[in-house]
Design a protein around this ligand. Structure first.
Ligand code: SF4
Length: 384
């Protein structure tokens, strides 16, 4: 039995949603270890892209930031059509779940369609017309990677996207899941609105301190007091298979880590996972065993350590570069650029050898790879 009953008013929600203070990681031998699905994805796609996102972009909003840091800060905010579609569909799913929790009438398909259309049109037209505003306020104004890098979808591709959105909304609206969770006590439905972090503590023999994990499931429900917990993840695309399906299952297991850490799942307890593919409404249930949760926690720790090691290698490269520069009487004013270059080129932040990954990379503009004509990365207006 879980140590914190799911059905107790607000206790389950507050235990999942309450972020733990960041000071808890202070003084850890490896510094603050951090992990999120997006960081891990970036790291696995290209170590250099992680550098642009987590190091170069940091402080890019400051007046004294270098041109590259300012650019990386802007580029980090680029979105893409598939991402905007996925976010909008997740928002519709959240609205349905919220209505069920509040015992309100469910949003109609017409209302869901209208809200989604509004979001997509807003992003599309901002992205086309507000380039100058985006440059000044990249976090406030949406900009599509497709517009920025001149990869504008054809009329056929846009029609397919519209079709995909319509299919997904119909599937979402008709899911049997809503009827099932509609019968539950609202306190047994946990909807995570906002990404919060939690601390994954080390186990005996683990290297490093706690890991600050930024990850949240779409929806968690318990079927009846004392019943089994189900972690639900919505996917906007078609049913996955092979390695993609394994990744989706592992992602759900990583959400279950949070349930264990927050006491919702007891040590050794398993739960259920449910992948919902909105392309055709397929619901894929599976068991998340205690071993799956252990393995997911180990993967989080391993990923956080690998990223921390990349940062440490960059620190060493930067120190060596400063020592060399000073030994050569280089003016102090030149050091920031030397340090940035040394960090960027340290082995932990190597560029991916797989150039096919560069096409979808938002950081092409600041990456040396942009010189490669096979990749091509000049923003469309600049190129004109
Ligand atoms: S353009 Fe290619 S090499 Fe450069 S950061 Fe992006 S994925 Fe990595």
């Amino acid at each position: 039995m879980p140590s914190m009953p799911f059905g107790a008013p607000r206790s389950m929600l507050s235990s999942i949603l309450s972020p733990t203070p960041s000071s808890a990681t202070a003084g850890a031998p490896f510094g603050v270890l951090e992990w999120s699905h997006s960081r891990q994805y970036l790291y696995e796609t290209c170590n250099r892209a992680l550098y642009y996102s987590t190091e170069l972009a940091r402080g890019g909003w400051r007046r004294d930031a270098t041109d590259d840091a300012r650019a990386a800060y802007r580029l980090k905010s680029l979105t893409s059509l598939p991402l905007v579609v996925g976010t909008a569909l997740h928002a519709r799913a959240a609205e349905l779940a919220k209505a069920i929790r509040a015992s309100d009438p469910l949003p109609t398909l017409v209302a869901m369609r209208e809200r989604t259309r509004h979001t997509l049109n807003h992003v599309w037209s901002s992205s086309q017309r507000r380039r100058a505003e985006w440059t000044l306020q990249p976090k406030q104004v949406p900009m599509l990677r497709e517009h920025y890098y001149g990869l504008v979808p054809s009329a056929d591709q846009l029609a397919r996207t519209k079709d995909r959105v319509e299919r997904a909304l119909i599937s979402l609206n008709g899911l049997a899941l809503w009827g099932e969770i509609g019968a539950l006590d609202p306190d047994n439905i946990a909807l995570i609105d906002k990404l919060e972090s939690y601390l994954l503590p080390p186990r005996d023999g683990d290297v490093g301190g706690s890991v600050r994990v930024w990850a949240a499931p779409d929806l968690v429900v318990r079927y009846g007091d004392g019943g089994q917990i189900v972690v639900i993840d919505f996917k906007s695309g078609p049913v996955a298979s092979g390695s993609a399906l394994k990744r989706h299952i592992a992602q759900v297991a990583s959400y279950a880590v949070q349930l264990r850490v927050t006491g919702v799942l007891a040590e050794g307890e398993e739960c259920r996972g449910l992948l919902v593919y909105l392309h055709d409404g397929t619901e894929l249930p599976f068991t998340v065993t205690s071993d799956d949760i252990d393995a997911a926690a180990a993967r989080i720790r391993e990923g956080a350590l690998a990223m921390s090691l990349a940062r440490t290698m960059a620190d060493h490269a930067a120190m060596d570069a400063v020592n060399e520069a000073r030994a050569a009487d280089t003016p102090e004013a030149d050091l920031p650029v030397i340090v940035e270059r040394a960090r960027r080129e340290s082995p932990g932040y190597a560029m991916t050898p797989d150039r096919t990954k560069c096409r979808d990379c938002p950081f092409r503009e600041v990456c040396e790879r942009h010189q490669d004509p096979a990749v091509g990365s000049v923003p469309i207006d600049v190129a004109a």
